[in-house]
Unconditional design. Structure first.
Length: 222
């Protein structure tokens, strides 16, 4: 019998199963469905749940230091955090991210500001580069703190990019930028949309796959 960590009763019509980033099983179920019925549905998915849990636990073990803020990722590289009283601002040197000692109690907040500042510069540059290349112009570009996605583009032509993109390699940043700009042509994920993406980044599929593996980073710095 699978252990259900969270059961959320909703107005939905069917039972949904998901695993959160610490490997807990979350069930959403209609109000009238009995506990026995829910357990039956969940137990049928035993193999799927086990596989997902295993993958999440493996990933968590692999990225333990990043998930506990002992290390940080910047452009796909890992830096070990160290506090130093001699420096005045956050600095990357070799494999270290040096943080002024006086920030020790608030360093996660300081890191967010540091990431955002660099994101503003780099993402603006990349958007400009691909706008020129694709002959497109968003109505605005915004930096976001979204929980579930790296970027979005709405029907008003506003492209939003997550500042956490600064954690992933440049080629994945470019994929997200091109993806969102392509939505200015096609506001969906149709065949035509992917053709636009492909025309700019022929290897977009592997970038997309690699970015998916970094999705756990979206949960950091909350
Ligand atoms: Zn999209």
């Amino acid at each position: 019998m699978i252990k259900i960590d969270y059961l959320i009763r909703t107005n939905r019509r069917s039972i949904s199963i998901s695993i959160n980033n610490i490997g807990q099983v979350i069930i959403k179920a209609p109000r009238r469905v009995s506990m026995d019925e829910i357990q039956k549905v969940v137990d049928k998915k035993e193999r799927w749940i086990a596989l997902h849990k295993e993958r999440i636990e493996k990933n968590n073990e692999l990225n333990k230091n990043i998930l506990t803020y002992k290390d940080i990722l910047f452009c796909g590289n890992i830096y070990h955090i160290a506090f130093d009283e001699r420096i005045k601002k956050i600095t990357l040197i070799d494999n270290y991210c040096l943080i002024p000692l006086k920030y020790k109690d608030t360093y996660q907040r300081k890191l967010i500001l540091w990431y955002k500042k660099i994101a503003n510069e780099i993402l603006t540059q990349r958007v400009q580069y691909f706008c020129d290349l694709m002959q497109l112009e968003p109505s605005a570009v915004k930096l976001t703190n979204a929980r579930t996605c790296w970027g979005t583009c709405n029907s008003k032509g506003v492209v939003s990019l997550n500042w956490r993109l600064m954690m992933v390699p440049h080629n994945l940043i470019d994929y997200v930028v091109v993806h969102e700009l392509a939505h200015l042509v096609q506001l969906n994920h149709s065949k035509l949309f992917w053709e636009v993406v492909h025309s700019v980044l022929p290897d977009y599929a592997s970038r997309r796959k690699n970015l998916k593996q970094g999705d756990y980073l979206l949960a950091l710095f909350r």
